[in-house]
Design a protein around this ligand. Structure first.
Ligand SMILES: [Zn+2]
Length: 509
């Protein structure tokens, strides 16, 4: 069977959640989301553990868990120093690498800088250093983009706007508007079969303002764009299926839990001896929170989102009181466990860890006597692959309302939160189109997106992908529902590189 008339659009809304979309769609405030939900398939999309942006998007585009693709968080620990993850750290092929006879357009995918040379167009996203950098493939796209949209931006350094809501919202809408215009430009003017297009603004506004009015306003703006996209799709002669996805969900937080402080209190964690007295005192007796917050405001974004050069990062982590840096602060030789944030826990030996898990599990909020940790997942249940040694030994999921941090304060649990809301596991998948049936599926995994897209293109699925084809979302009459999945042995990188070179030669790129 031929599938050459199949096209596909994936719209990524970073951090989008049914918690917000579903009630607003049901009350008709987001009419286009409602139309798609009434006529498409939708449900939760389970993220990676922990549910953070770089590993989650990478699992979505590779169909594999972090121990296979190698992206575990925001920063990579290399030679006892942290640096930002880059596209070269992704050790597995992505959807478009398998679809070599198809044209793909990939825009603003987190951790795609520097852009890979794909058959199509790639414009990098989060972590792109600047507009001067080579952020586009092929390179002439850079000039075309900047000519058409001189104010185009990849990201919003939201910490810069602390205390300046008007400016933040102004820049957020400007960034999103340019991104939407670029979508229309590419849709109309370029040849493509797969469009994978990410909007980061949903995540940024949710972190800072969990304010229902502001959020609804922004989602309405997205909803209007969605309506235009659907209209465009339905005007085309070809069959185009649409997925709307998020890399993780979001929920309100009102307390912070410092796992390192908990480990320290139980003597599982030991600080380095050569640590400055000042900082040690801070860790022991806690920081003056209002001072710390003031300090952080003054420093801008740095602390919350470290997309800065290493030198700056090192500087900051040394300066911020209470920020635990696992390299400079913690004596790994003398500690039994430590956290690198986001609910990760690393053990230093294989013995006696049940005792540590037990203490974490039994952590109660003294204010209400309730448990703080909802789930503890251990390494072998979450990860498998050649980078397993870089994976955390356990990942904690907090109960609703708590954020897990590695920032020490004077108590394990504190009422201070720098952000209003934080990531949670359940993201969204909303599928709509000629092959998609009307249904509410139970749960899909972020690993299922890549195999499902490959199946829609009639392309074989590497047998080491961790996800499956979501056949339950296809119409019974659709050939995708009838056709069996085709699996094949995983591509070897060398073989793949050769194939890419051949396609390039054939297509003269
Ligand atoms: Zn995200």
């Amino acid at each position: 069977m031929e599938h050459h008339n199949n096209k596909m659009i994936v719209l990524g809304l970073d951090g989008a959640t049914w918690r917000l979309i579903q009630p607003w769609a049901e009350s008709n405030q987001l009419p286009n989301f409602k139309k798609l939900m009434d006529n498409g398939s939708w449900g939760n999309l389970k993220s990676t553990y922990p549910p953070i942006t770089p590993p989650a998007w990478t699992s979505m585009t590779t169909g594999k868990n972090p121990a296979k693709h190698g992206i575990f968080g925001f920063l990579k620990l290399e030679n006892e120093k942290f640096r930002l993850y880059q596209s070269k750290d992704k050790k597995e092929p992505e959807i478009w690498d398998y679809l070599q006879n198809k044209k793909s357009i990939v825009i603003n995918l987190p951790v795609s800088y520097p852009p890979k040379k794909i058959n199509g167009i790639m414009v990098s996203g989060m972590y792109t250093p600047s507009k001067e950098s080579n952020f586009a493939h092929p390179s002439e796209i850079k000039d075309e983009l900047l000519d058409e949209f001189p104010d185009y931006r990849f990201e919003l350094s939201w910490g810069e706007y602390t205390g300046n809501k008007t400016r933040f919202l102004d820049e957020l809408y400007k960034m999103t508007d340019n991104r939407m215009k670029l979508f229309n430009h590419l849709f109309d003017k370029k040849e493509w079969d797969l469009m994978f297009y990410v909007f980061i603004g949903t995540d940024r506004i949710q972190h800072i303002y969990w304010d229902q009015d502001e959020l609804l306003k922004y989602y309405k703006y997205i909803d209007t764009f969605l309506g235009e996209v659907v209209e465009k799709i339905e005007r085309q002669a070809e069959k185009i299926n649409l997925f709307i996805v998020s890399d993780h969900g979001f929920n309100q937080i009102n307390k912070t839990v410092d796992i390192n402080k908990l480990l320290y209190a139980h003597k599982f964690l030991v600080l380095k001896k050569d640590q400055s007295l000042n900082k040690k005192i801070v860790f022991k007796i806690g920081i003056n929170k209002s001072n710390a917050i003031e300090f952080i405001k003054k420093m801008g974004l740095l602390k919350l989102y470290k997309r800065l050069p290493n030198k700056v990062n090192d500087f900051i982590s040394k300066q911020i009181p209470g920020e635990t840096n696992i390299v400079t602060d913690i004596s790994k030789e003398n500690s039994r466990a430590y956290s690198n944030g986001f609910g990760t826990v690393f053990f230093t030996s294989n013995d006696g860890n049940d005792e540590i898990i037990n203490k974490i599990q039994n952590l109660k909020d003294p204010e209400n006597g309730r448990n703080v940790i909802k789930e503890i997942h251990i390494k072998r249940d979450l990860f498998s692959g050649r980078f397993i040694d870089e994976a955390p030994d356990a990942v904690l999921i907090p109960c609703e309302g708590y954020k897990l941090s590695k920032n020490s304060s004077d108590e394990v649990i504190s009422n201070e939160t720098f952000e209003k809301a934080d990531h949670e596991i359940d993201g969204i998948l909303l599928a709509y189109g000629p092959d998609i049936k009307c249904s509410n599926f139970k749960t899909a995994s972020i690993y299922d997106i890549a195999p499902t897209i490959l199946h829609l293109f009639g392309s074989p699925i590497p047998d080491d992908m961790d996800g499956r084809v979501l056949k339950e979302i296809f119409k019974e009459t659709s050939e995708h529902s009838i056709r069996n999945e085709k699996y094949q042995e995983s591509f070897n990188i060398q073989k793949l590189k050769k194939q890419v070179q051949m396609v390039k030669k054939v297509n003269n790129i």
